[in-house]
Design a protein around this ligand. Sequence first.
Ligand code: NAI
Length: 699
Amino acid sequence: MTAKYEVHSSVAVITLDNPPVNGLGHATRLGITDALQKANADTAVKSIVLTGAGKAFSGGADIKEFGSSKALAEPNLLSVILALENSSKPVVAAVHSVCMGGGLELALGCHYRIAAPGCNVALPEVKLGLIPGAGGTQRLPRALGVEPALNMIVSGEAVKSELLARIPGQKLFDKMAASAESLAEEALAFAQSISDTRPLPLVRNLPCKHPEGDAYFQFARNMVKGMAKNFPAPGKCVDAVEAATKKKFDEGMAFEREIFTALMFTPECRALRHMFTAERAASKIPDVPADTPQRDIQSVAVIGAGTMGGGIAMNFLNAGIPVKMLEMKQEALDKGLATIRKNYEAQVKKGKLKQDKYDQRMSLLTTTLSYDELKDADMVIEAVFEEMGVKEKVFKELDRVMKPGAILASNTSTLDVNKIAAFTKRPQDVVGMHFFSPANIMKLLEVVRGEKTGKDVLATVMAVSKKIRKTAVVSGVCDGFIGNRMIEQYGRQGGFLLDEGCTPAQVDKAIEKFGFAMGPFRMGDLAGNDIGWAIRKRRYQEKPDMKYSKTADLLCEKGRFGQKTGAGWYDYVPGKRDAIPNAEVVKMIEDHRAAVGITPRKISDEEIVQRLVYSLVNEAAHILEEGIASRASDIDMVYLMGYGFPIYRGGPMNYADQVGLFNVVQAMNRFAQNPLDDAKFWQPAPLLARLVAEGKTFN
Ligand code: NAI
């Protein structure tokens, strides 16, 4: 049973006990209704307290049950809440720590509520593409007032109990406990004090009105439309709360249910739920058990104070972990330090960072020119030039000075981590930590697992990534790891599209309309087209049969490297990031077409999107099959967190599943017929072909 039952003099106490957050799974729901029945049958009991054990009152629905028949199995949450309302003895919810989603709906079904200060109260369903589905949209406006309730429901954000208690006229909390520690005792006393009060108050009976309803909801709708863009749920939150002010309670409940059920089947909701589970899955490594011992990371060293080194250092400073940065020359150190200062100062100016926090972070940062001064660091991350010779020197030095057990990480984006590990006598301590630029902002961290990387090292790095608020995804060793290996194919398709008749702006617009934060050409300009150029030069040697459009090389020959040179595929005005189409670039592409004898054709947005996205999917299928990624959902996380793939489409693999893998392969077969494309590349990866044959999906 996942709810405990005890009687303290005349008060029955029902305690949800389903760690970690007392999720309202079927067994817990059954526990509550059984206990309620017992309390109502016991003549010695006069009133009832409902509370939660451990770290939460309740975090809400059990996500594991989503989409399964268990979620609806009786007693479902609506029935439990009805049972609470119908209890002939008063029920007092004693909420603390976390009271969210179904947990808050449960509390709203009780006759009274007492809250501990510091309790995080929220209806976060909108973050999963839903609206609250067990009365939240109908009861919270009655208990809290229409506007504060709608704000909470539309944003999904948590608000502290003590702030809610201060809202004039609120009926959400009948009492605030003095502290979390005294909550249990105060709840018992409160339950005794109201044991004889009749009739029992119900939130459903409270009035729900807004003095300027029509104007207010019109305003709310406009606001939400602007912010929610491709997501239907926020707008539906407004509809549901408006219904609370206009319909009878039971009609409002039916309306809420109707919306909830319809949203459940939208691709946006599926994508958000997929992302939710994918994020949790990514933190687990199949052959590294959760109880794998971890190394203690109290201090970090960073080698190289350039673009990446500085951003990496900031992540640790933000988390309160001291950093020592090493460079070869004092000037480089000074420059790196100045950039970090400038970044923090910009945050202080914008009011995002308090001055004392800034001072505190800077005080955790020290610099050095000598490897010997790094020896005590628990972890060192190398971010020097991307050349094997340079990495060799650095790792030999690290091997010489670092204390035994220190983790030696490389931020390399293309080099072989196994080779880097072999420069040391402790390859088990070597791992890739591939951050994305700007490293202090981008959420993604690819953790590159070398052949010999120790399991405890992996477990430690995954834990550290959480501390510095990154979404870590494990990748095996291959050229480009998961993300960049896929993006190379996507970039190649972008090039073919130019050859065949598109302009850079047409390609970018089509894929941005699909939802990408930035199309391939704007992205190239941001990252620096010279980087891709260097990679291609290497490829021309390694893989002479691999086909590329020549347009990107021609662009680089003109010195148009992107934003940093003020000119790339587009032009840029200093200090601005707007991409301005350039007639010369378009002419360069046209001249190239003429030179190689291509007659341009009109290419639809649909074809552009399919070629770009399915090139990611096919490469990803190879990556999955080779074991470079351990799950399709990990690949989705890489693209959602690091490459601006539209969140509401749930990542390339989830998107392909939604389109249907059969349809994806049909399109690939069509692309293979195009003589200007790469027929060999469009051969469906064996895994993809197998899934189609078996009628299966990636996820
Ligand atoms: P950068 O050129 O901005 O910085 C490299 C820094 O390392 C320079 O300050 C240089 O003085 C220093 N350095 C070079 N040799 C050194 C040595 N032997 N000892 C100490 N310091 C040394 O380069 P960036 O962009 O920061 O790249 C660094 C690493 O991060 C590379 O491996 C790169 O592939 C990787 N990376 C870069 C990304 C990017 O978007 N720039 C993204 C992800 C990874």
